[in-house]
Every structure is written in structure tokens, then in C-alpha cells.
Design a protein around this ligand. Structure first.
Ligand SMILES: CC(C)(COP(=O)(O)OP(=O)(O)OC[C@H]1O[C@@H](n2cnc3c(N)ncnc32)[C@H](O)[C@@H]1OP(=O)(O)O)[C@@H](O)C(=O)NCCC(=O)NCCS
Length: 184
């Protein structure tokens, strides 16, 4: 996959040149309140990049196209991971949007593009996502996209000094197609 594009968004695989932006986002305490990771250096970021390339994960950068200038600015990330061909499923991870671009519907639109690519091109049957139930902006986004709750894993993660529950959401291909029109 080279590029997915709409009127105001470009989704493009992460390249080495994008890693400093990703690192800044992973250092941002507001963006990572609900994300679990150890302190990250540029070296560990590079190792992460090599791992996703080896695994065939689809880590994507979200670019916003300015309607006046048509310049594309890197504003966030998203991606499909652990893509399992046999069972036709993948996990959606790394949804992050720069603060100054939040509330514009960009994440929703980028997510719709990603789901469309996952179901129609990768031929996935199911996309899952786990989220802390307190992460309300993500919960609302998932529900608007048609994701259904599958279950709640109690005290599943130790995060910021406490054991936290996590909720598993999924979107099935059939639900995606009935929401977005028949299969092309
Ligand atoms: C979750 C996150 C990616 C959402 O990003 P965002 O770009 O602000 O999302 P959107 O703009 O698509 O939606 C946000 C709100 O804007 C509204 N909105 C504004 N303009 C809109 C438009 N043109 N179209 C659709 N929605 C629009 C949405 O309805 C939504 O409202 P809500 O919060 O009341 O549900 C962002 O908050 C983030 O980066 N969070 C931190 C990282 C994180 O926790 N990631 C998840 C790990 S599981």
C-alpha cells in the first residue's frame, strides 16, 4: 500500500523520516494518558520501526491537506497490526491525533478510510481494538464507526499506579458493509 487519499486526508505507511514526529507524540503526556509504554528513546523507536517492518504491520501516518494551500502536514498516526491472513483479522492500534488538529473529524475520517481498506482490500473479516473505558473520545469514535463491545477484561493492565480494566471492541465486515453500503 502506497497511499490512501481523500479530499483532506492522506494515509501513508510510516517511513524513517516520520519517526521523529512519532517519537514526539509518544513523549506527549496528554496524548499518551491512556497508552501504555515504557520510556522511549530514538533508538527504541528505531527498533519498533524495524519490528513492524519485519511483522508486516501496517503502521500509517495521517497527513492533513490544507484546503487553501493543499500542503500536507503530518498530524497523526493509525494502523492495523497483527494482520492474520488465515483468520482474516487484525488489531487497530496507534490512533493518535496532534492536539491542534483534534475536533475536526480527521480521526473519524481517517478511521473510516482505514476500515474501508481493511475490509475491502485486505479482505479482513474482523478488526478489533482495545481501549480503556475512561478514554471516552476513543469509545465515542469506535461506537460512531459501528464497533461493538465484545467484553471487558478486569484489571488487565497496570497503568499509572493502578490495575485498569480494558474493553475489547470489534467491527465485523458484515456490520461495516451494512453501515457503509454493499460490498464493492
Ligand atoms: C482519540 C483521538 C485520536 C480523537 O481525535 P480527533 O481527531 O479529535 O477525533 P475527531 O475529530 O474525529 O472526533 C472528535 C470530536 O470532534 C467531532 N467533530 C468535529 N468536527 C467533525 C467532523 N467534521 N466530522 C466528524 N466529527 C467531527 C466529533 O463528533 C467528535 O465529537 P465527540 O468527542 O463529542 O465524540 C484523539 O483524542 C487522541 O489522539 N487521543 C489520544 C490518543 C489515544 O488515547 N489514542 C487511543 C489509544 S486506544
Amino acid at each position: 500500500m502506497r497511499v490512501l487519499e481523500s479530499e483532506r486526508i492522506i494515509l501513508k505507511p510510516v517511513e524513517p523520516a516520520d519517526l521523529p514526529f512519532l517519537l514526539e507524540q509518544r513523549w506527549d503526556a496528554d496524548l499518551t494518558e491512556y497508552i501504555i509504554h515504557n520510556p522511549i528513546s530514538s533508538h527504541s523507536q528505531q527498533q519498533w520501526y524495524e519490528k513492524i517492518c519485519r511483522n508486516g504491520d501496517m503502521a500509517l501516518c495521517v497527513f492533513y491537506k490544507d484546503p487553501n494551500t493543499n500542503n500536507a502536514t503530518l498530524v497523526g498516526t493509525t494502523g492495523l497490526y497483527d494482520i492474520n491472513q488465515r483468520h482474516q483479522r487484525a488489531t487497530w492500534k496507534t490512533l493518535r491525533m496532534a492536539k491542534e488538529y483534534q475536533g475536526m473529524g480527521l480521526s473519524y475520517e481517517a478511521s473510516e478510510m482505514l476500515m474501508d481498506y481493511g475490509f475491502r482490500t485486505l479482505n479482513l473479516n474482523k478488526i478489533t481494538c482495545d481501549v480503556f473505558p475512561e478514554n471516552l473520545s476513543v469509545v465515542r469514535l469506535l461506537e460512531r464507526l459501528g464497533f461493538q463491545q465484545e467484553g471487558r477484561l478486569q484489571q488487565h493492565y497496570f497503568h499509572q499506579g493502578a490495575f485498569k480494566d480494558v474493553v475489547i471492541y470489534s467491527l465485523l465486515r458484515e456490520a461495516f458493509h451494512s453501515k457503509n453500503g454493499s460490498q464493492k
